[in-house]
Design a protein around this ligand. Structure first.
Ligand code: PNS
Length: 159
């Protein structure tokens, strides 16, 4: 059984994340979307809210688990028998950001990182931009799952 982990802040999950999760689920026996939380940073949503939004946004992905973690990522993967990390790559900027993390994680534990190229439909989508658009009442149709759009509208006082 090949277990993979798709880690991230997911504050909140976007359609780009859901697309990567769906494609990873087609390649691995089990995929865990791991809300990796830094207690020193406060996001828009709590880790529990982010997990709930992921679960509500991924119906039908039967081999997808959702969990959260605050420590070193490789401690989680080793403890859970996970041998592969999955990340989405939107651009060369993402590559520059991801390369040292992938190499460090492999050095620390042997875990491999596999990259899925982001679907062009979501190449410019990020949690940060979606939060900004939502804050000004912009249209998020097709950029975030419906439960996330509702949650963002609520936070912006527009729901
Ligand atoms: O969605 P993000 O913020 O780009 O995700 C980054 C994340 C959470 C995957 C990365 O910061 C991470 O792995 N954090 C856990 C702590 C850790 O293991 N740091 C060393 C990475 S080499």
């Amino acid at each position: 059984m090949t277990r993979a982990c798709f880690p991230g802040s997911f504050d909140p999950v976007t359609m780009g994340h859901v697309d990567v999760a769906r494609r990873a689920c087609a390649q691995f026996d089990e995929v865990t979307m791991l809300v990796t939380h830094n207690p020193a940073k406060t996001g828009m949503f709590t880790p529990e809210e982010r997990m709930r939004l992921i679960a509500d946004s991924t119906p039908g992905l039967d081999n997808l688990r959702v969990d959260s973690w605050t420590g070193l990522l490789v401690d989680y993967t080793t403890a859970h028998g996970i041998t592969v990390l999955v990340k989405g790559l939107r651009s060369a900027l993402d590559y520059e950001y991801e390369l040292p993390m992938a190499q460090m994680n492999r050095r620390l534990s042997g875990v491999e990182t596999m990259f899925l190229l982001t679907d062009p439909r979501y190449g410019y989508t990020s949690s940060t931009l979606c939060k900004e658009v939502a804050g000004f009442g912009g249209d998020l149709t097709g950029l975030v799952p419906d439960p996330v759009a509702a949650a963002l509208r609520g936070r912006a006082g527009r729901g």
